[in-house]
Design a protein around this ligand. Structure first.
Ligand code: EPZ
Length: 424
């Protein structure tokens, strides 16, 4: 069977200007949210990646009309009558479970098969269910389907999350927007895409306050209308490009990026010895490095802490830094699978439970490697760019879930990277 791979000839310095796309994880929350109004909405600055396409496919299967023009997607949800997302759609990504919150709000019922998503650790949904139940729904998860019912409608409630889960915060925001009365989410996630969803809901007429802090207040049941809304820049794509610039001793200006979302990564790159300058009066970040990096320690945390989604590419940069770096991955216990591949390229690391201990080596050497999830794929791209020789990356479909035209962007910066079709 034929499959696509990315082939990188490493050692090229990245130089030039690149523009980031809209946020994937913001888009994944906003697309299902369109169901909450009964009018067309246009979402601009949408990243055209497999995961956003998968959500659009679900909307079409439910009866919505979806039209794409460049990076703008217009969704007319008026034809949606079904509250069922079958397995063949739901399993394609994690964010399919946002249809539970959105459909519960609109139809007071939802039957959504269990979501898929990256295999990076245990990903329970108990906090989502707790939230739906607090809003008055009954939820059953037998036979691989999340079945939620609220025959008497949803009513506002105060919900305390045991951890600031991104997904639970988003799902509860979606459901609570149409509940009667006020909802307060305490210990909510504070990620930029949660703020972006709140802004989108408010643009449709909702009243969501406090997003970006740990307490979100939603006045439910307000009339909703269509709108046009532009998605924020992708924080993780920005970070991946920043790391790639440092990893190749490069000099890259990243446009359309929000420096305030990048503070945790910027602090660590500075600590390593790279130079990071924020654009004055414009949304841009310039990263420069001579490649002479010091080791640092990293602990992944909910925003504004160091994002778990950048831990994997960052661990590759650390693999050639001077000294020993320690990573503490507190969010997902299985997010080190890429380090096995990096070891094949000459990296030296040990994993002890949640810790990865990385001993810096002078260089990585290209070879054939396999991506096991989206950000593992991004990490292998960074590894290929900095390695000596040729790196072939298999399982590129993971990378395509979250990065639009990554190889074209990197090529425009001088990377030698191509997508090839090879026989299995
Ligand atoms: C979102 O996943 C992102 N996905 C992930 O990005 C990201 O890694 C993660 O947030 C953390 O930032 C999307 O936005 C679609 P969580 P999510 O609920 O919502 C535990 C990428 O690469 N938890 O914040 O699933 C959970 O096990 C992807 O783009 C519960 O215990 O993450 C984890 O340890 C991968 N019970 C922690 O909370 C729950 O009910 C954080 O999970 C929910 C979560």
């Amino acid at each position: 069977m034929a499959e696509e791979i990315l082939r990188i000839t490493g050692g090229q310095r990245l130089e030039g200007t690149v523009t980031v796309n809209g946020g994937k994880n913001a888009a994944l929350a906003i697309i299902p949210a369109v169901l909450l109004c009964n009018e067309p909405c246009t979402i601009e600055n949408l990243p055209l990646v497999r995961d956003t396409q998968a959500l659009a496919d679900i909307l079409v299967a439910l009866g919505a009309k979806v039209t794409l023009s460049g990076s703008s997607m217009t969704i007319d949800p008026r034809g949606v009558k079904s509250a069922v997302v079958p397995e063949e759609y739901a399993c394609r990504l994690r964010a399919s479970y946002y249809f539970v919150g959105a459909m519960l709000a609109c139809f007071h019922r939802a039957d959504v098969s269990y979501p898929g998503g990256c295999a990076i650790g245990n990903r329970p949904i108990d906090q989502h269910i707790k939230g739906f139940e607090a809003l008055g729904a009954t939820v059953n998860t037998d036979r691989g389907v999340i079945s939620a019912r609220a025959e008497n409608g949803l009513r506002g409630a105060e919900i305390y999350l045991d951890m600031p889960s991104v997904g639970a915060t988003i799902n509860i925001m979606l459901a609570a927007t149409k509940a009667q009365g006020n909802t307060i989410i305490v210990n909510a996630g504070k990620e930029p895409h949660i703020v972006d969803l709140a802004n989108f809901l408010n643009a449709m007429g909702a009243s969501v306050k406090g997003a970006g802090t740990d307490t979100i207040r939603i006045r439910g049941g307000r009339p909703m209308h269509g709108c046009t809304y532009a998605i924020i820049p992708d924080q993780i794509e920005t970070g991946t490009l920043m790391i790639a610039a440092a990893a190749t001793r490069g000099d890259v200006l990243i446009r359309g990026a929000l420096p305030t979302h990048m503070e945790a990564l910027t602090a660590k790159l500075l600590e390593m010895g790279a130079r990071v300058d924020e654009g004055v009066g414009e949304d841009s970040i310039r990263v420069r490095s001579d490649g002479n990096h010091r080791h640092v320690n990293i602990k992944t945390l909910p925003y504004p802490g160091f994002p778990t989604d950048l831990q994997q590419p960052m661990s590759v940069l650390l693999s050639t830094a001077r000294g020993t770096s320690i990573i503490n991955e507190t969010i997902y216990e299985m997010r080190y699978k890429h380090l096995e591949e990096i070891r094949r390229m000459g990296g030296v690391s040990q994993i002890k439970d949640r810790l990865a201990i990385i001993e810096g080596v002078p260089r990585l050497t290209g070879c054939a490697v396999t991506a096991t999830d989206l950000r593992a794929g991004a990490a292998l791209v960074v590894a290929g760019l900095m390695a000596e020789g040729v790196t072939d990356i298999y399982n590129v479909q993971y990378i395509d879930r979250g990065y639009e035209h990554l190889e074209e962007k990197l090529r425009s910066l001088g990377a030698r990277i191509e997508r090839l079709t090879v026989e299995d």
